[in-house]
Write a protein that binds this ligand. Structure first.
Ligand SMILES: *Cc1c(COP(=O)(O)O)cnc(C)c1O
Length: 403
């Protein structure tokens, strides 16, 4: 778009509307949907901090806003960018990824059966194990990356939700979203996808048949390790979505306006960051595959990865920023390698512009499918050569120390 032409019509940016068709998503995201403050014409909309809104003399709320626990204009602006990126009928922001996921499960009815992946974000797995029974939900953890296993686990009539995660943390297993949608729908269940590790840049689950997509916006969506947030986006804003909306308002799980502002600021550069991070991860995966002290590299972009063919079909613009390596010498060597990094930061979380390394089995504890020799790597935007050199010296230092 030429620099001085009109921005896209902001009225076309409300969640639920058709996406503004003529522009690429990166164009719309860069301008945060072209939202201009109607009063001052500021190209960066102000942060709406008011918790309450004046009623009209006839007692109505014609602005559509009444109280900040249900809705907020800054939150809505960020939601409109998310809805555009996911081509969703609606998007809702929550105070964390966990709050967003929990809202989906809590919208189910007592007695409902749900299927979740064996390899998934451990915090949500633990939450389902602890809270599922108290909500009277029965949960089966299944290798959803194998469609036959998913099909066999379905209990038609009782299964109301299939939850998948692709690529799945921390082994980066790839689940066929289109096949999962077919199986879920055939059994009368909804399909929800935790797409945190793919981001809207690499995968669009709603286009592949999923009903709901969830992201921890704490990760690459915000990308600067300074906001905790979560998002849900929906293919069809039906009664189930209304129930989720009511749960967010009733439980007070909405994201704060300052966080929503920071998230929208980050979404303007999502394409640049995610592309650079995926390029870096691909370089690292390739170079680490040939490393004598690395016994395995888990990255869906590698031809030898078991999910590569499906990933190549359902991912675009690369294969994401997450990879894991298995270190020769087992758990001790893996922990020692993390101890010797200088450039990588030893920290949990993922998706930020700075690269993070983590011995994942220590975090996940007993019952984890994560092998003890595994290091999880979140690739930032640093020079991939610098990142490789640092891992190389750390692997060698750990190895030398063990000898
Ligand atoms: C971090 C994460 C979550 C939880 O999100 P929070 O924002 O930390 O609550 C859920 N799923 C995946 C894949 C994650 O990485």
């Amino acid at each position: 778009m030429p620099p001085n032409s009109q921005p896209p019509d902001p009225d076309a940016a409300e969640p639920g509307d058709e996406p503004a068709a003529p522009y690429a998503k990166r164009t719309l995201a860069a301008q945060a949907m072209g939202q201009i403050d109607p009063v001052t014409k500021a190209v960066v909309p102000p942060i709406h901090v008011s918790t309450t809104f004046q009623r009209d003399p006839d007692n109505a709320y014609t602005s559509g806003f009444a109280y900040g626990r249900a809705d907020n204009a800054t939150v809505r602006e960020a939601e409109s960018v998310m809805a555009m990126l996911e081509e969703a009928e609606g998007a809702l922001l929550f105070g964390s990824g966990m709050a967003a996921a929990a809202a989906v499960f809590c919208a189910l009815e007592p007695g409902d059966h749900i299927i979740a992946p064996r390899v998934m974000y451990w915090g949500l797995r633990r939450w389902l194990q602890q809270e599922g029974p108290r909500l009277q939900l029965s949960v089966d953890f299944v290798d959803t990356e194998t469609p036959e296993r998913l099909r066999a686990a379905m209990r038609p009539g009782a299964t109301k939700l299939v939850w998948i995660e692709s690529p799945g943390n921390p082994l980066w297993t790839v689940t066929d979203i289109a096949a999962s949608a077919e199986i879920a729908h055939a059994g009368g269940a909804r399909l929800a996808v935790d797409s945190t590790a793919a981001s809207p840049i690499h995968t669009r689950p709603l286009g592949l048949g999923a009903d709901i997509v969830m992201h921890s916006a704490t990760k690459v969506l915000n990308g600067h390790s300074d906001v905790i947030a979560g998002v849900l986006a929906v293919r069809q804003a039906d009664a189930f979505w209304e129930r989720i909306t009511a749960i967010r308002a009733g439980w007070g799980a909405i994201l704060g306006p300052f966080e929503a502002y920071l998230l929208m600021r980050s979404l303007r550069t999502l394409h640049l960051r995610a592309s650079a991070q995926a390029t870096g991860a691909a370089v690292l995966a390739e170079r680490l595959s040939g490393h004598p002290l690395v016994s395995g590299v888990l990255y869906p972009g590698l031809a030898g990865h078991p999910g590569h063919a499906i990933a190549a079909r359902q991912m675009e613009n690369g294969f994401g920023f997450m990879l894991s390596i298995r270190v020769t010498g087992g758990e001790e060597a893996a922990i020692a390698t993390a101890a010797h990094v200088r450039l990588w930061k030893r920290a949990t979380s993922l998706g930020g512009v700075e690269s993070l390394i983590e011995h994942r089995a220590s975090v996940e504890g007993p019952g984890t499918p994560c092998p003890p020799d595994l290091l999880r790597l979140s690739t930032g935007i640093e020079d991939p050569g610098d990142l490789f050199d640092d891992l190389d010296q750390a692997l060698r230092a750990a190895h030398d120390r063990a000898r």
